[in-house]
Design a binder for this molecule. Structure first.
Ligand code: GLC
Ligand code: CA
Length: 557
């Protein structure tokens, strides 16, 4: 079935790092409003806004103190309303982040909950007695250490799968669910266009909270807590009580999701969500139990994962397509090349490879410029608690040396995505008039929006073309997907088919020239887009990081 959210391209804004309008070094809503014409120019349809709610910022807004208030640093509710109106005027939709697996420990529910065992809010969170003087089970927090925190006041532990300032809500309590649904309706009635649901696969915990396998750095709890026994029941209830009443878009962040589970979360019958974020392709360069490595991705592994999801959900559910978000290092540094010679080529190649697939593509701020990882020098340059905690924990336990750990966080830290958006060559990259809350990538004089908007051959213009192509051709949105050359170490090639139409997508992940012949049936086709000029391309080979999209017959263009 056709849907507007299948035909859309989403742009993710991480407000703290997007644009600062009042010179305090912190991005804000005023800053987003200032840059709306830039987004319109890029051609995106929907914005996913990372949390802007009142928060003590232990995890940059993913720890919410008040769901119905805007964070002071970001502005006021009046400014938010203005942002929404200005977006709608430009025909851009707004999807908000919904963070309801946990709240901040400063949320009034938790403040009450921790007061006494018989407080009416006690059961809003997950409290347990210790076991033999230790934590109730072996779950680790995703941000290092135990997932349990002992609370002196009542002598019990509360569960926090993330930081100890992010206590997990108890979804088995109907009152919690009702509070969440009321809050969602409150935002939807304001006119927002949907939700991206933070770690939504974790909301229903296994009965009895059994021990999980021991793993480095907390990832154990992900595997035990993900896709719990009642998660689908709760999402179906949410759908009945809230979502189904609005024409909106919903995407669930589903860490640890399998194909079978995704087919339930995002089933085309529409009982739960529209689509999920799965993360298997973000694990191809990690170890099974540990993301802190600088291992390089092996292309056949990436192809296998992407293909599994492309084919596995076709006609059953809907994929979301992403290389980047605020939790991932920059893709050009990760799967492409950030050396100046190949940065733009490889950024365009990666964009082609993803945007020609079936699903809804997400562009993370700065990706459309080919922004790169950051040359952080010392641990003091980092702001992200995940990276900082992991650095201390893993070096103190002697699992890695400091040098190793610095290398790993420099490569994998979420802060790589969180340095200020690079707008122009002025001080602080045009992001702010004063020193930002996190360092600016020193490459901003070379890599910035102003320069790229003025130059036709830039990564920005290339994204603009890809987005326009998707709007024009149904085959890009709805066509089926078939992988070619699964074992080729350098080439990612696939075919999309819709009715009589066929589209060939060929991407080289190599910095060398590789031999390649276009399948016969495409020889007389039309090149829809490429990151090389016609004269530069050569028959029988692919240039470094070449990307090529060919439509079989030209009369359909
Ligand atoms: C999600 C968010 C991440 C956050 C975590 C806890 O994974 O994307 O930024 O730290 O949930 O809310
Ligand atoms: Ca500001």
């Amino acid at each position: 079935m056709k849907n507007w959210w299948k035909e859309s391209v989403v742009y993710q804004i991480y407000p703290r790092s997007f644009c600062d309008s009042n010179g305090d070094g912190i991005g804000d809503i005023g800053g987003i409003i200032k840059r709306l014409d830039y987004l319109k120019e890029l051609g995106i349809d929907v914005i996913w806004l990372s949390p802007v709610y009142d928060s003590p910022n232990d995890d940059n807004g993913y720890d919410i103190r008040d769901y119905r208030k805007i964070m002071n640093e970001f502005g006021t509710m009046e400014e938010f309303d203005r942002l929404l109106a200005e977006l709608h005027q430009r025909k851009i939709r707004l999807v908000m982040d919904l963070v309801v697996n946990h709240t901040s420990d400063e949320h009034s529910w938790f403040v009450e909950s921790r007061k006494s065992k018989d407080n009416p809010y006690r059961d809003y969170y997950i409290w347990r007695d210790g076991k033999d003087g230790k934590e109730p089970n072996n779950w680790g927090s995703c941000f290092s250490g135990s997932a349990w925190n002992y609370d002196e006041e009542t002598g019990q532990y509360y569960l926090h799968l993330f930081s100890k300032k992010q206590p997990d809500l108890n979804w088995d309590n109907k009152k919690v669910r009702t509070e969440v649904y009321d809050m969602m309706k409150w935002w939807l009635d304001k006119g927002i266009d949907g939700f991206r649901m933070d770690v939504i696969s974790l909301i229903s915990k296994e009965e009895g909270l059994p021990d999980g396998p021991a793993m480095i750095n907390g990832y154990a709890s992900f595997n035990v807590a993900a896709n719990g026994p009642r998660v689908h029941e709760y999402l179906q209830e949410m759908n009945r009580e809230v979502l189904s009443g609005y024409d909106i878009m919903t995407v669930g962040e589903c860490s640890g999701v399998t194909l079978e589970e995704a087919a339930k979360y995002a089933s085309s019958e529409g009982k739960e969500l529209n689509m999920v974020f799965q993360f298997e392709h973000m694990d191809v360069d990690g170890d099974p139990d540990n993301k802190w490595t600088d291992k390089k991705m092996h292309l056949p592994d990436l192809k296998a994962v992407m293909t599994k999801w492309q084919k596995g959900l076709e006609g059953i559910a809907w994929n979301s397509l992403f290389w980047n978000n605020h939790d991932q290092p920059r893709v050009v540094s990760r799967f492409g090349s950030d050396c100046e010679e190949y940065r733009e080529r490889s950024a365009k190649m990666l964009a082609t490879c993803l945007h020609m697939m079936q699903g809804t593509p997400y562009v993370y701020q700065g990706e459309e410029l080919g922004m790169t990882n950051v040359p952080f020098e010392t641990i003091r340059d980092f702001r992200d608690l995940d990276s900082i905690n992991a650095y201390h924990e893993l070096t103190e336990k002697g699992i890695f040396t400091r040098e190793e750990m610095m290398k790993y966080i420099r490569y994998k830290s979420r802060d790589n995505a969180r340095t200020p958006m690079q707008w122009d060559t002025s001080a602080y990259a045009g992001f702010s008039e004063s020193a930002p809350w996190i360092m600016v990538n020193p490459n901003y004089k070379r890599i910035n929006a102003k320069e790229q908007m003025e130059r036709e051959t830039s990564v920005f213009h290339y994204y603009k073309k890809l987005i326009a192509l998707r709007h024009k051709h149904d085959i890009i949105v709805y066509g089926s997907y078939e992988l070619l050359l699964p074992d080729h170490p350098h080439i990612y090639a696939y075919i999309r088919t819709l009715g009589e139409q066929k589209l060939l997508v060929v991407c080289s992940f190599s910095s060398q020239t590789v031999t390649y012949s276009i399948p016969k049936e495409f020889e007389s086709g039309t090149v829809m887009i490429s990151n090389y000029e016609t004269g530069e391309r050569k028959c029988g080979e692919l240039k470094p990081y070449e990307a090529l999209v060919i439509l079989q017959s030209s009369d359909l263009l």
